[in-house]
Design a protein around this ligand. Sequence first.
Ligand SMILES: Nc1ncnc2c1ncn2[C@@H]1O[C@H](COP(=O)(O)OP(=O)(O)OP(=O)(O)O)[C@@H](O)[C@H]1O
Ligand SMILES: [Mg+2]
Length: 199
Amino acid sequence: MQINQTLEETLALRDYDLRMHNVRIHLDLAENFPVTSADPHQLQQVFLNIMNNAVDAILEHSTEGDIWVRTALNRDRLCIEITDSGPGVKDASRVFDPFYTTKPVGKGTGLGLSICYGIITEHGGTIRVRNIPSRGASFTVELPLQPAAPLVFSTPGQRAVSGRDGRILLVDHDDSVLEAVGAILRGRDHRVQTAKRHS
Ligand SMILES: Nc1ncnc2c1ncn2[C@@H]1O[C@H](COP(=O)(O)OP(=O)(O)OP(=O)(O)O)[C@@H](O)[C@H]1O
Ligand SMILES: [Mg+2]
């Protein structure tokens, strides 16, 4: 996945609503930010949770504000920083705890950041918060750069074997695998010979 793209998509989800509330977004996305192996839906959930919190924090005390979104590559770590112009977090040591919330009953469950913490930890990364005096809360997500695995299979419609001159020898110890894979390959006009492996 391309994290910059996921961030932009996440912001697009709240674009209208951000403009309605006079919240300006300042993007500082690293050029040539590398593609990495990660779950885009889970990361989108993380970015959306952080963004929603930032908007809530800004609008708690003001009728307008700013959010700064920055990405950078630090050696083999992908860094994503989301900073807001709100009042900052009240207790940095508790914000990632499940059910910790300072929002009124019915507004927050206190689960948003603990879910983010779980997702980022499962990705082998870290998530931290600090308050920046001239701004507000600043969340930093760091993920290990995981270069995308090479594609082993051809995509549908693309032929793995272009010519029809050769034959495929399909070897497996399971009859049902030989039958099923053989049928798929024959269905694509390949000449297939199967052999059962006994081991
Ligand atoms: N950007 C921020 N500025 C100030 N405080 C924040 C910010 N983000 C989180 N917090 C604090 O951390 C608490 C926990 O955040 P979390 O996202 O886990 O829960 P929530 O937003 O209260 O509820 P939920 O996300 O479940 O709707 C918040 O209630 C708030 O006190
Ligand atoms: Mg939240």
